[in-house]
Design a protein around this ligand. Structure first.
Ligand code: EPU
Length: 280
């Protein structure tokens, strides 16, 4: 009975049946197969930084890969990383080794597996641009899927809640550690200045609706910054973030989401799509 509010950066969400921490990819794949065999609902859990969990209780098992013992392996300009590894840490390590191509992902506070699942991106970078292959659990085994077989798009991957991503191999290019570190520092500075990094949030709540259109700007132009329902508030710093206080319920966040959606629909005729993953 794990309260999801302790396992998500938004700090909301009710109790979930159980969280499992397999320590090898093989055990993780075997666990998925057994859960499926018994008809038990399960979901992959990354760092919970892009996740909105309902007030619950939720009848499902979360599988966290934070305790995977698999190492990060560097081979020429390729790097293989386990799903539970920290994305910012991986970006730093690549930069230190003079490997370039993922600097823009440095400010994203999630796991490698979570980044693959949502095709995380920022500053013009998307993780899909450098993916060579993705390891997933299939029928009790670890299977490697090459990039050509995977359809990625803006904040979208072909993986579903029934796919456990175990790791990925990325193709980088030779770079300069100093230049990469400077670029990363600039992205981190920009994030800290433009996003509510010290508040509880799940990052941007909605996708941007199209090229040249920023949801944050649209909500801001409607004058909605600071609007609050219960313990959930539209961030005064970036309007595509909902921030919560210590006592917010997921229901407050869902209500604020609906309010934003209907105002944007009425005012702009735009249907906003969720960017965060939702567990209900
Ligand atoms: N803007 C406003 N008011 C606001 C927020 C933004 O006018 O309250 C304006 C900004 O001034 C800027 C434009 O909207 O002109 C775009 O804003 P920003 O540069 O902050 O980028 P974004 O499109 O809102 C995207 C990603 C972020 C990512 C940043 C930086 C999406 C939904 N969001 O935000 O990703 O960090 O670019 O590259 O694609 C996330 O995925 O959770 C996330 C935060």
């Amino acid at each position: 009975h794990q309260p999801m509010r302790h396992l998500t950066s938004l700090r909301t969400g009710g109790e979930i049946a159980c969280v499992a921490f397999p320590d090898t990819p093989e055990k993780a794949a075997a666990l998925v197969a057994r859960l499926e065999e018994h008809g038990l609902r399960w979901s992959p859990l990354g760092y919970g930084t892009n996740l909105l969990v309902a007030d619950g209780p939720l009848d499902r098992v979360a599988i966290s890969l934070r305790q995977l013992k698999a190492p990060v392996v560097f081979e020429g300009c390729q790097v293989k990383a386990p799903a539970g590894y920290s994305l910012p840490r991986l970006v730093n390590q690549c930069a230190d080794r003079g490997l370039s191509g993922i600097e823009g992902l440095a400010p994203i506070p999630g796991s490698v597996g979570g980044a693959v699942k949502m095709n995380a991106g920022s500053h013009g970078y998307e993780i899909a641009d450098v993916i060579v292959s993705v390891d997933v659990a299939r029928d009790g085994h670890v299977v490697t899927l090459p990039r050509e077989t995977l359809d990625f798009a803006y904040r979208h991957s072909p993986f579903t809640e029934r796919d456990l991503i175990l790791g990925t191999t990325l193709q980088l290019r030779p770079g300069n550690p100093e230049a990469s570190r400077a670029e990363i520092a600039e992205y981190r500075r920009h994030r800290a200045a433009t996003q509510p990094v010290r508040d509880n949030s799940a990052g941007c709540i909605f996708k941007n609706p199209g090229p040249g259109l920023a949801t944050g700007r649209i909500i801001d132009e409607l004058g909605m910054k600071g609007e609050t329902i219960g313990g959930a508030t539209i961030s005064p710093l970036h309007a595509n973030f909902i921030v919560t206080n210590g006592s917010a319920r997921a229901a407050d966040v869902f209500a604020l989401i609906e309010r934003i959606r209907s105002r944007v629909r009425e005012a702009r005729g735009i249907e906003l799509d969720m960017e965060v993953e939702v567990w209900e």
